[in-house]
Write a protein that binds this ligand. Structure first.
Ligand code: CTP
Length: 143
């Protein structure tokens, strides 16, 4: 039996790479049903101040095709900012997040809010040496 029934995670997942795959496979090891929310192009341009290489429709198709993912969804800027709003829509038992967020003010606040409704947060290890930013740099240096 797995530790949780419904798990939830979110991300941009641009230029899908093995760090993304490691994360999603680890999430699925811990829950029966994994929901992945893909951040929209508006989040990438407005908040991350980057231009996505793949559109949100393409990123959603790629994530949705993975066997470790049971459901894929879009997510609003409000729900990204306030994880309680995401929980009100998706009703997950656990939020999975990269361990780089552990101890941050935002996640401490979310932990407090989630404990009141019986939702856990699991911090999963970030895969070192690969990221969308690094891939973009590599491609540019090869030109
Ligand atoms: N992730 C991970 N290991 C990596 C890269 C990403 O575990 N090497 C996880 C992040 O912690 C997040 C999810 O994958 O939970 C989506 O991350 P995203 O920001 O889309 O990926 P990055 O490759 O880190 O993108 P960027 O370089 O633009 O920040």
């Amino acid at each position: 039996m797995k530790k949780y029934k419904v798990g939830f995670t979110m991300g941009v997942f641009d230029l899908f790479h093995v760090g993304h795959l490691n994360l999603l496979e680890r999430c699925k090891e811990l829950c029966d049903y994994l929901i992945v929310a893909v951040c929209g192009d508006d989040y990438v341009t407005q908040v991350k101040k980057k231009t996505p290489v793949f559109t949100e429709e393409e990123r959603i198709r790629i994530i949705g095709a993975l066997k470790c993912v049971d459901e894929v969804s879009t997510i609003t800027l409000d729900e990204i900012d306030d994880k309680m709003k995401a929980w009100e829509r998706f009703h997950f038992d656990v939020l999975f997040s990269g361990d780089d967020w552990k101890g941050s003010e935002r996640y401490n606040r979310t932990e407090e809010q989630f404990s009141k409704v019986g939702v856990s947060i699991e911090y999963l290890p970030y895969t070192k040496g690969v990221s969308t930013t690094e891939i973009k740099k590599k491609i540019n240096s090869d030109r």
